[in-house]
Write a protein that binds this ligand. Structure first.
Ligand SMILES: Nc1ncnc2c1ncn2[C@@H]1O[C@H](COP(=O)(O)OP(=O)(O)OP(=O)(O)O)[C@@H](O)[C@H]1O
Length: 231
């Protein structure tokens, strides 16, 4: 489904990402980990064509993301708050997305009902602008937005960061429920080794832009990562 070939990103003479080959099949819950500056966000930004690779390409269902547009309707993503419209309230924002995705009002209600527990009464009907939300609540809006319109791929950059412990567990349950009930392919970057290993089928570990581990066996994930990170 997502096929990465000969991917390299360079800023001046520094190579920040170098991935000869990486394939992420449909329905996989793919976890991406690595220390600060390892290249996780850069990889996500290249997949979304927010930055261009220096060499190589990313294909989603055979379509080169830097050359075509149709893949955009298959992908939902939340990388950071720049992806939100901060002058709207969350209700206005979801309504705007409803129109973009051509969903009915009932579809939107159904979608948002899935997030009721995660929103914890803090997001909807509050008449508070997105720009005034706490970091955790901003993240919740972004995640709910990324999952709108039945995307085939959902990309979340550090989704557990800034969430309180109950919200982290609620988000985990939400992703696990989605995994069980749909064919969505998740790409999740995280510094939280426990959460990411709990929900992901596979973990790729980046170090200085290189894939140094690609772990597909659930039983050894935690030990392998603890050994690497010294945790
Ligand atoms: N526009 C840019 N110009 C120069 N260097 C950049 C630019 N964007 C990213 N980098 C560099 O690319 C490298 C990878 O950064 P990236 O943000 O992808 O890492 P990350 O794994 O997401 O880190 P973190 O865990 O801290 O969020 C870093 O060394 C960063 O400084």
């Amino acid at each position: 489904m997502i096929d990465i070939q000969g991917l390299k990103k360079q800023y001046k003479s520094t190579v920040v990402l170098d991935i000869p080959e990486l394939f992420i099949p449909k329905s996989e819950c793919f976890g991406l980990v690595g220390n600060n500056g390892a290249g996780k966000t850069t990889l996500f930004r290249i997949i979304l064509d927010l930055v261009r690779a220096t060499e190589g390409n990313v294909r989603i269902d055979e379509e080169d993301v830097s050359q075509t547009e149709n893949w955009k309707w298959k992908v939902g993503a939340y990388l950071d708050e720049h992806m939100l419209l901060s002058y709207l309230t969350p209700d206005e924002y979801f309504e705007a997305l409803r129109k973009i995705y051509r969903l009915s009002e009932d579809d939107l209600k159904l979608h948002l009902a899935r997030f009721e527990e995660l929103f914890n009464g803090e997001i909807l009907g509050k008449k508070k602008y997105i720009r005034d939300l706490s970091k955790g609540n901003l993240k919740k809006v972004g995640i709910a937005a990324a999952m709108m319109g039945n995307p085939e791929v959902v990309m979340l950059d550090e989704p557990f960061e800034n969430l309180d412990p109950s919200s982290q567990n609620r988000l985990k349950r939400l992703v696990l429920h989605e995994k069980e009930n749909s064919q969505v392919t998740f790409l999740i970057s995280s510094h939280d080794l426990n959460h990411v290993t709990d929900i992901c089928d596979r973990i790729v570990l980046l170090e200085k832009g290189n894939v140094i581990k690609d772990i597909k066996e659930k039983a050894i994930m935690v030990d392998e990562l603890n050994a690497y990170f010294g945790t």
